[in-house]
Design a protein around this ligand. Structure first.
Ligand SMILES: [Fe+2]
Ligand SMILES: [Fe+2]
Length: 231
């Protein structure tokens, strides 16, 4: 590894860029609850300070990552057409498959356990709102932005900026879901449906953060450096 991964250099690098180039870094950031997807343009030191975290502990966790042989798999090395295809099949399609089941599972848990004070009341409505907003957002990426990127058109900055703002909205909905579910913490005696709901919703949250990260920090800056710098 190069000197860019010394402790001093790491603390100055932006969290979105670290997540994009260091395999496993996004999992470290998730564990420390550092927002590397919607607010990736922040140096690690500042992101740690914002959350009252010890930056040394984060740097140690990042340096402990075993990156041997994995660099070729990082998204930054993919050409844009391949990256777009991965975003579409691995994330857009996966979100579309996840929501219907999660919404119906959530309605069931909310109804069956309505007397339990720990029940995530309103989760199904939040998931429904997120599914609808994401569907509209992903459809515009698929029908407008991605084809324009594949034709290597210029003048995409405004569209990209608008989609970045929508990512912020998705992130805000995610925070609401995490608060409502106490970070997907099950109460004692929770039934299997409740456990399945939290496991699958946590997985969706993880996927959505990776998805937004790939767009905000890897794909979009290739086509709109100015809009990327402003986000
Ligand atoms: Fe997307
Ligand atoms: Fe997006």
């Amino acid at each position: 590894m190069t000197t860019t991964n010394t402790p001093a250099a790491l603390t100055e690098r932006h969290v979105g860029e670290i997540a994009a180039t260091l395999p496993g870094a996004s999992a470290v950031f998730r564990a420390f609850r550092i927002d590397f997807c919607c607010h990736g343009n922040v140096p690690l030191a500042a992101a740690a300070r914002e959350r009252n975290l010890n930056v040394e502990a984060i740097v140690q966790a990042l340096q402990a990552l075993d990156t041997r042989g994995e660099t070729a798999a990082t998204a930054t090395t993919l050409d844009s057409a391949t990256l777009i295809e991965r975003i579409r099949t691995r994330y857009h399609d996966a979100h579309r498959r996840s929501f219907p089941e999660l919404i119906s599972l959530s309605r069931k848990v909310e109804a069956v356990h309505r007397a339990n004070p720990k029940v995530p009341r309103g989760l199904a409505d939040l998931l429904e709102e997120m599914a609808s907003e994401l569907e509209d957002h992903m459809a515009r990426e698929e029908t407008t932005l991605f084809p324009a990127m594949q034709r290597v058109e210029s003048g995409l900055a405004a569209t990209i900026d608008e989609l970045r703002h929508e990512h912020d909205d998705h992130g805000a909905l995610l925070r609401q879901i995490e608060t409502l579910t106490d970070d997907f913490t099950l109460p004692a005696g929770a039934c299997r449906s409740w456990a399945a709901l939290y496991t699958s919703t946590a997985r969706l949250a993880e996927d959505l953060m990776e998805h937004i990260h790939l767009e905000n920090n890897v794909l979009f800056p290739r086509f709109a450096a100015a809009a990327g710098a402003a986000a």
